[in-house]
Write a protein that binds this ligand. Structure first.
Ligand SMILES: Nc1nc2c(c(=O)[nH]1)N[C@@H](CN(C=O)c1ccc(C(=O)N[C@@H](CCC(=O)O)C(=O)O)cc1)CN2
Ligand SMILES: NCC(=O)N[C@@H]1O[C@H](COP(=O)([O-])[O-])[C@@H](O)[C@H]1O
Length: 215
């Protein structure tokens, strides 16, 4: 039985595409991308999923309505509903693994706890080394730090998702050399290429660990 992967996205979905292209190959054996959730309606990753063969089911789970429907704690309500949406997927879309692939939303315990209780690991792609540049804009911040002589390298990691943002146990860490005179766009392009390899390696490792009982 193929392992089922649900992918959370917010943007272009190039990392999602890497997962789609690798599923059920030797890079990511016996796996299927079974559902894609985006928090942004215009995310091109939704198009990538719908254009796949066969099409991958998608959901749009937007945050703005929660600011009015749950003004006291919109994030808690949003996250609880996101967990419910995933845990209530039909059997053939129910995840063995959740991958955050450019998912630009901090997940609260209202999401993390029910998913953990269901025994579903969550991993995240982060374009930095462990403990460096946590949060959004990591590539740009690393480029700035290099330009000030504060660092000589950056990286890409795939890590388990815990409450503390980008502080979960790393699964894959790839160092990226920084080059004098390189633009932030050039560095970003190099990092994106590395991300596309790392995210497939990370998904494969996470599934291997889960299936061997080492979640
Ligand atoms: N609880 C966790 N949630 C998330 C993690 C994590 O490790 N633990 N990883 C992030 C991914 N991420 C960096 O890798 C990241 C993404 C977004 C943000 C952020 O500040 N988001 C803002 C909204 C920004 C926007 O909408 O443009 C927010 O959520 O308020 C930080 C880190 C995924 N979530
Ligand atoms: N904190 C997480 C983070 O910053 N992720 C960034 O989002 C992009 C998503 O690209 P994609 O939508 O083309 O996969 C990734 O390239 C990654 O650098």
């Amino acid at each position: 039985m193929a392992s089922r992967i649900v992918v959370l996205i917010s943007g272009s979905g190039s990392n999602l595409q890497a997962l789609i292209d690798s599923a059920s190959t030797s890079s990511l054996p016996s796996s299927r991308i079974v559902h894609v959730v985006s928090n942004r309606k215009a995310a091109y990753g939704l198009t990538r999923a719908a254009s796949s063969t066969p099409p991958i089911p998608t959901s749009y789970h937007g945050f703005p309505p929660y600011k009015t429907s749950h003004p006291s704690d919109p994030r808690a309500a949003y996250d609880a509903d996101l967990a419910k949406r995933i845990l209530e997927l039909p059997e053939d879309q129910y995840p063995d693994l959740i991958v955050c692939a450019g998912w630009m939303h901090i997940l609260s315990p209202n999401f993390l706890d029910p998913i953990s209780e269901a025994g579903i690991p969550i991993i995240n792609l982060h374009p930095a080394l462990p403990g460096a540049f946590d949060g959004a804009g990591a590539i740009e911040r690393a480029w700035e730090a290099f330009s000030k002589g504060e660092i000589t390298e950056t990286g890409v990691m795939i890590h388990y998702v815990i409450k503390e943002v980008d502080r979960g146990e790393p699964l894959v860490v790839k160092k990226v050399e920084m080059k004098a005179g390189e633009s932030v766009e050039e560095l970003t392009a190099r990092i994106h290429d590395i991300e596309h390899v790392a995210i497939v390696e990370g998904a494969k490792l996470a599934l291997e660990k889960k299936n061997s009982g080492c979640l």
